[in-house]
Design a protein around this ligand. Structure first.
Ligand code: NAI
Length: 329
């Protein structure tokens, strides 16, 4: 089976080439370009394509992939909000993903953002580099015995609950389903109660119609003053303009984002003044209590090899004709 791997980075090649030794039926070609309607035609002659969160796998892309004979989309990520599933079904293209490669990788990054914001580590680092050893502007608060509110307690949210519990925090959570593995140390509450009680709020639910702009000015107003908000899930869970308003209202001690609404628009690619003037992300970055990382939550050695292994296993399952829990329907 021939797979065209889009948006290939050096680290992707390393982890996939390593894993490929165990999959003699599979052949992978790499291209640096990402998958969208302009690049889908490159898949001519391939049975499958491998895409990522940043790929645009909408109706137009799918129509071209279908025309080129592609039967399988291998997402090397958990989220699938960038795929038009109805269209994929219409064309008989199977979509498979990697639902949980290393939940701890993302949860640990969420806690890293929370701590970095709380203790202003980015500011402290820069100050000391400038030979300024004063503590002005660096005061944080203890996480110990404070309340962590986790929204979404699937694989990553559960890992975040365990980390917060380890910090001696009181852990409360909101989810549409309760996770039984957390029953000994997590209390499920309503969203409103979570917003009102939490000193640290971390988002771990997927992006769907029901969660789009879950954090908006109304929900922000319900939060405690001095709260820390962390989003490592999907940018559009947070309405950025409302977040800016919330920051101006001094609602937040810190905001840590690994994902942001403009992520797929590549606003920082050419960094022109005109684009940056209108960029909500650039506005966020102008605040001293905001820290943004570039969707690196998943980026650990363990996670990359698990992603490669599961993606290639998905291709093998496809070849066997069997169903899989990794099918996206
Ligand atoms: P999961 O599917 O195991 O858990 C998601 C949880 O959210 C489930 O328990 C579900 O019931 C809950 N949920 C659904 N609708 C909800 C709602 N309206 N309100 C509250 N909770 C709701 O997913 P997993 O593996 O924990 O991943 C979570 C998200 O993390 C992914 O959807 C993805 O967007 C993001 N992610 C980010 C990465 C990064 O590098 N920053 C890497 C991997 C995933």
């Amino acid at each position: 089976m021939k797979i065209l791997f889009y948006d290939a980075k050096t680290y992707d090649k390393t982890s996939f080439d390593e894993a490929l030794h165990n999959f003699p039926d599979l052949e992978v070609d790499y291209t640096k370009t990402d998958l969208d309607s302009r690049t889908a035609a490159l898949a001519h002659g391939f049975d499958a394509v491998c895409g990522f969160v940043s790929s645009d796998i909408g109706a137009q892309t799918l129509s071209i992939l279908h025309e080129k004979g592609v039967r399988l989309i291998l997402l090397r990520c958990a989220g699938f909000n960038n795929v038009d599933l109805d269209k994929a079904k219409e064309y008989g293209i199977r979509v498979m993903r990697v639902p949980g490669y290393s939940p701890e990788a993302v949860a640990e990054h969420a806690m890293a953002l929370a701590l970095a914001c709380n203790r202003r580590l980015y500011k402290a680092y820069n100050k000391v580099r400038e030979n300024d050893f004063s503590l002005n502007g660096l005061m944080g608060f203890n996480f110990y015995q404070k309340t962590a509110g986790i929204i979404g307690t699937g694989k990553i949210g559960a890992a975040m609950c365990r980390i917060c519990h380890g910090f001696g925090m009181n852990v409360i959570a909101y989810d549409v389903y309760e996770n039984p593995s957390l029953k000994d140390f997590v209390t499920y509450v309503s969203l409103d109660e979570l917003l009102a009680k939490s000193d640290l709020i971390s988002l771990h639910c997927p992006l769907m119609d029901s969660t789009y702009h879950l954090i908006n000015i109304e929900t922000i107003k319900k939060m405690k003053d001095g709260v820390i908000l962390v989003n490592t899930s999907r940018g559009a869970l947070v309405k950025t303009n409302d977040l800016v308003e919330g920051i101006r209202m001094h609602k937040f001690a810190g905001v840590g984002l690994d994902v942001y609404e403009e992520e797929t628009k590549n606003v920082f690619e050419d960094r022109s003044d005109e684009i940056l003037e209108h960029s909500t992300t650039a506005r966020l970055l102008s605040f001293p209590n905001v820290m943004i990382t570039s969707h690196q939550g998943f980026f650990t050695k363990e996670a990359l090899s698990a992603i490669a292994e599961t993606t290639l296993q998905n291709a093998e399952v496809y070849l066997s004709g069997k169903e899989s829990p990794n099918d996206v329907k």
